[in-house]
Design a protein around this ligand. Structure first.
Ligand SMILES: *[C@@H]1O[C@H](CO)[C@@H](O)[C@H](O)[C@H]1NC(C)=O
Ligand SMILES: *[C@@H]1O[C@H](CO)[C@@H](O)[C@H](O)[C@H]1NC(C)=O
Ligand SMILES: *[C@@H]1O[C@H](CO)[C@@H](O)[C@H](O)[C@H]1NC(C)=O
Length: 317
């Protein structure tokens, strides 16, 4: 099929697990129409109680909520319909990758991310059937245009991270256990102002990368024009060497968290919801008009920029 090159995944479970970074080889190169081959649509109720209606593939394609060219894939929310407050939420899309990965690197080349009051977009990885015992890695996430990005792990009990780590971001809670503090997880607030929302988009987006080994999980972000973006990340080619990537934006070492037992094979998930447990809860503090659900119901045009545009997703192992 155009746009997708599948190489055999030989090393899924025996992938490199060195304590330092390592060289990884391309397992999936997802571009354009290839997104339809590599992901399933999840028309499910939002577990985070958002003002959203996740639609199936036929509905999404029919309404142009997903769109591809040879080189891009767009995923958006409806931006034309005024909603009945008693009816379903705003139509949007949630994708889950067909493949799941243990130790690996994922690189997301993102040209545009959803923005707007009430939006809550996320690029993340988990095992839905085993949550939370299979772990969750939130790579790109935020609400109501409020940067910077926050990367977070959510796990079963017995996984904490040290306060002092070699990363550019700032640690938040240190316990990753979903039972602690209302499932806040162990988050890291990024230092980079360009890492989220309108500022991310104004700078042409950029690259998010996540490396999972049995010794650490790390997340990097480079803005589009960042002179330090590694050549292998920019190229999206056949291999990457994470040793050359420099200090990550966020890192979660295994000092007091056995990563191998807290993380099962994880799928990549892309979702865009509105309001709900996070965006709705902090809506009054975010400088947005009206109430969150009312704003989402009555202002479709405010969601014209509520879309992801991907140049590519590459997975290496
Ligand atoms: C579908 O969406 C794409 C990307 O946003 C846009 O370029 C295209 O014009 C849209 N097509 C229609 C028929 O609206
Ligand atoms: C996506 O769904 C998961 C739960 O399934 C949740 O943890 C995450 O916050 C959601 N994010 C968005 C943007 O819907
Ligand atoms: C951390 O990971 C390394 C490499 O897999 C392993 O040798 C070590 O035992 C782990 N430490 C802990 C505390 O899990």
């Amino acid at each position: 099929m155009p746009g997708t090159i599948r190489l055999p995944i030989l090393a899924l479970s025996i992938a490199v697990s060195s304590v330092l970074g390592a060289t990884y080889h391309n397992a999936e190169h997802i571009v354009g129409a290839g997104f339809y081959n590599s992901f399933n649509f999840e028309a499910i109720g939002d577990p985070t109680h958002g003002r959203v209606n996740y639609v199936d593939e036929a509905t999404a394609r029919g309404a142009n909520l997903t769109f591809n060219s040879d080189k891009t894939f767009v995923l958006r929310a409806d931006h034309t319909t005024v909603l009945n407050p008693a009816g379903a939420g705003r139509n949007s899309v949630r994708l889950i990758s067909k493949n799941a990965y243990t130790t690996h690197v994922s690189v997301f080349d993102v040209a545009h991310m959803p923005q707007g009051c009430g939006t809550w977009p996320a690029l993340w990885e988990t095992n839905e059937a085993l949550w939370p015992a299979g772990g969750e890695v939130d790579i790109l996430e935020g609400v109501n245009d409020q940067g910077t990005n926050q990367a977070t792990l959510h796990t079963s009990p017995g996984c904490t991270v040290p306060a002092s780590r070699s990363m550019s971001g700032t640690p938040l809670q240190l316990d990753c256990d979903t039972n602690v503090a209302g499932n806040a997880g162990c988050g890291v607030k990024f230092a980079q102002g360009t890492s989220y929302g309108p500022t991310f988009n104004a700078n042409g987006g950029g690259w998010y990368a996540m490396e999972r080994t049995n010794a650490f999980i790390s997340v990097w972000f480079w803005s589009r024009e960042d002179p330090t973006v590694p050549a292998d990340v920019k190229a999206g080619g056949s291999s990457v060497d994470t040793d050359s990537w420099g200090t990550p934006s966020a890192t979660f070492p295994n000092t007091s968290c056995d990563i191998e037992s807290h993380f099962a094979p994880n799928n990549i998930i892309i979702n865009l919801t509105f309001c709900g447990d996070w965006a709705g809860a902090v809506y009054p503090q975010s400088g947005c008009p009206s109430t969150c659900n009312d704003f989402v119901n009555n202002n479709p045009a405010a969601f014209a920029d509520a879309f992801f545009q991907f140049n590519a997703i590459n997975v290496y192992n």
